[in-house]
Design a protein. Sequence first.
Length: 275
Amino acid sequence: MTFQTARRTTQLITLILLCAIPVFDIFRFDVTNLELYLFRQLWSFAPTGAYISGAGGDAVSFVFKAVLPAWFLLLSVPLWGIVLGRLACGWFCPMGAMLESGDFFDRNIKLIVKRGAVNIIRGLLTILLLVACLLAIGVFLSAYFIRPSEILQQVTTLKFSPMLPAATVANAAMIFVAYTFLRRLFCSFICLGAIFQMLPAVASPISFRVRFDRKRAKLCTNCKECETVCFMGIRPRTMKKVDLKCVACGNCITACTNELGKKDKLLDYGFGKIK
């Protein structure tokens, strides 16, 4: 299995998990009933009636079973950066996977401007696929705010409440804006998860990262494929220190391997500072 096959597999698994989180009440906020679900623990913010998990022992149980695990998970993110660098961004982030798919859509949509009926049809079909994907993602993300069983019922019966179409369009628009205008900026300067990983990764002397073998640099053929395949706009051969934007996707490693072979490649993964 190649780097990229393994990476696409982990991204797909994480995307499935993202969709499953609200379904299994790991995390979601029901805006209709004002109920917070966190690790299958329920806390009601309803203005009338008693809190479902807000009194006495129930409150203590909610803290230990939901709040503390959530804080532990959030506080562990910088630790990932110290050891794994930004590996999670390049290999597991579902948002990153969606933004990367923009290259596929761009490439095929641009066929419309070329001559030939086949290119035009392919470009138009890609636009339809893009719209369908955005709407599907919008529906799945709506489950974080609308009860999943209600969404399933509305979709199967085609009887939609005003909230579901509005949430779907809003989610789809958010993804589209990020995909169209913010692709690299989102992963470098907007995503809090990325920021909390990249800063410890740069400071850490042991973090996992892409490394260029400078001692054998003369073997480089200057093909520049490592730069061409980098969707973050990095020049891997010239990195004298860890680049904040590098998500350790491994595209440059694959490109270098294709050019020089597995034994002579100059780019590879490793722990520790770049020498």
